[in-house]
Design a protein around this ligand. Structure first.
Ligand code: SAM
Length: 285
C-alpha cells in the first residue's frame, strides 16, 4: 500500500514500494510485442527526469509508463503528469501511483500513435518517455513534422536505441546523417543527453540506449515543412548517388541547386541542414 502525499515523510515525498515489488504484485511480466524493457533504478530515473530542467508544476506527457518507474520520478520532480499506456495490465499499478500523488497523475489507456497529444494536454507540455522501440521513431517524426511551429510541446526528452539517437544528432558527412537528422535539426535543437547501458533495463534489450533532449528553435522563414520533407526523402532515398541524379524527379530541384551554387555532383550526406533548408526555400517560393 502506498502512503498518499498527505501522510508524507520528512522529505515531503510519499514512500513508494520498490519497482520490483510493484511488478511482482501486479504480475507485469515484460511483453516483447509491446516493446517492454523496464527501468528500475530510481537514481537513474531521477537523472532522466532532471534532463528537461525544473518540472515543478509543469505539464508532462509520458508515453508508455509501464509499471510507473519514470512516472514516479517525474511526480517526485513536481510535474503534473498525463501518462498514455496501451497495456491494461499496468493500470492498477498506475492507479496506486495516482493515489500517492493526488491530482498529479492522469492515466489514459490507449495507443499513443492514435491520440492527438496537443488536444489531450490542452496547454504547453514537456514530453518525457522511455519509448517503446517499435513505435519510437514514428512518434518522434510525428512530433517534429507538420506545418504549425512552434509546436505545442516545449521539449522532448526521449529514450531511443543508441543508433537511432546518433542518427538524430548526426552531423553532415557521417554515416548516421540522413533524413532523421535534418528533420530533427532544421527547426529544433537535439542533443544526446545521456547514454544508458543495456543492463539498466529489465529485461536487457540487445542494444545500448541513449536519451535525446530536443527543444524547438526558430523556424526558418519561407520554408514549407512538407517541401523540405520531399527534398530529404528524394536526396537520401538514393544517398550514394549524386544530387543531380537523386533530385532529378523533383521539379525545380536541379535549378535550385544552380541558384544556390550547390555542386550537383555532391551527395546528400555532404549537404548541411542549412543547405537543405535553402533548397526547400527556393522550391517553396
Ligand atoms: N516507462 C517504463 C519504464 O521506463 O520502465 C516502461 C518503458 S517500456 C520501454 C515501453 C512502454 O510503452 C510499455 O509499458 C508499453 O506497454 C508501452 N507502449 C507500447 N506501445 C505503446 C503505444 N503505442 N502507446 C502507448 N504505450 C505503448
Amino acid at each position: 500500500m502506498i502512503r498518499p502525499c498527505e501522510e508524507r515523510s520528512d522529505d515531503l515525498k510519499p514512500n513508494l514500494p520498490p519497482l520490483r515489488e510493484v511488478i511482482a504484485a501486479h504480475g507485469l511480466s515484460a511483453s516483447k510485442a509491446l516493446g517492454q524493457n523496464f527501468l528500475l533504478d530510481e537514481q537513474l530515473l531521477a537523472r532522466i527526469a532532471a534532463i528537461p530542467g525544473d518540472l515543478a508544476d509543469r505539464a508532462v506527457l509520458e508515453i508508455g509508463p509501464g509499471p510507473g518507474g519514470l512516472t514516479r520520478a517525474l511526480l517526485r520532480a513536481g510535474a503534473r503528469v498525463t501518462a498514455v499506456e496501451m497495456d491494461r495490465r499496468c493500470l492498477p499499478a498506475l492507479a496506486e501511483l495516482a493515489q500517492a500523488f493526488p491530482g498529479k497523475l492522469r492515466v489514459i489507456e490507449g495507443d499513443a500513435l492514435k491520440i492527438d497529444h496537443a488536444a489531450l494536454m490542452g496547454e504547453p507540455y514537456a514530453v518525457v518517455a522511455n519509448l517503446p522501440y517499435n513505435v519510437g521513431t514514428a512518434l518522434f517524426t510525428g512530433w517534429l513534422s507538420g506545418a504549425a511551429w512552434p509546436p505545442a510541446w516545449t521539449s522532448l526528452t526521449l529514450m531511443f536505441q543508441q543508433e537511432v539517437a546518433q542518427r538524430i544528432v548526426a552531423a553532415p558527412g557521417s554515416a548516421a546523417y540522413g533524413r532523421l537528422a535534418v528533420l530533427a535539426q532544421w527547426r529544433a535543437r537535439p542533443r544526446l543527453a545521456m547514454k544508458v547501458h543495456r543492463s539498466a533495463f529489465t529485461p536487457p534489450p540487445k542494444v545500448m540506449s541513449a536519451v535525446v533532449h530536443v527543444e524547438p528553435a526558430e523556424m526558418p522563414a519561407g520554408v514549407a515543412a512538407r517541401v523540405l520533407e520531399k527534398v530529404t526523402e528524394a536526396a537520401f532515398g538514393q544517398r550514394r548517388k549524386m544530387l543531380r541524379q537523386s533530385l532529378k524527379a523533383l521539379p525545380g530541384a536541379i535549378a535550385a541547386l544552380d541558384t544556390l551554387d550547390i555542386d550537383s555532383q555532391r551527395r546528400a550526406e555532404t549537404l548541411s541542414v542549412a543547405e537543405f533548408v535553402g533548397i526547400a526555400r527556393v522550391l517553396t517560393a
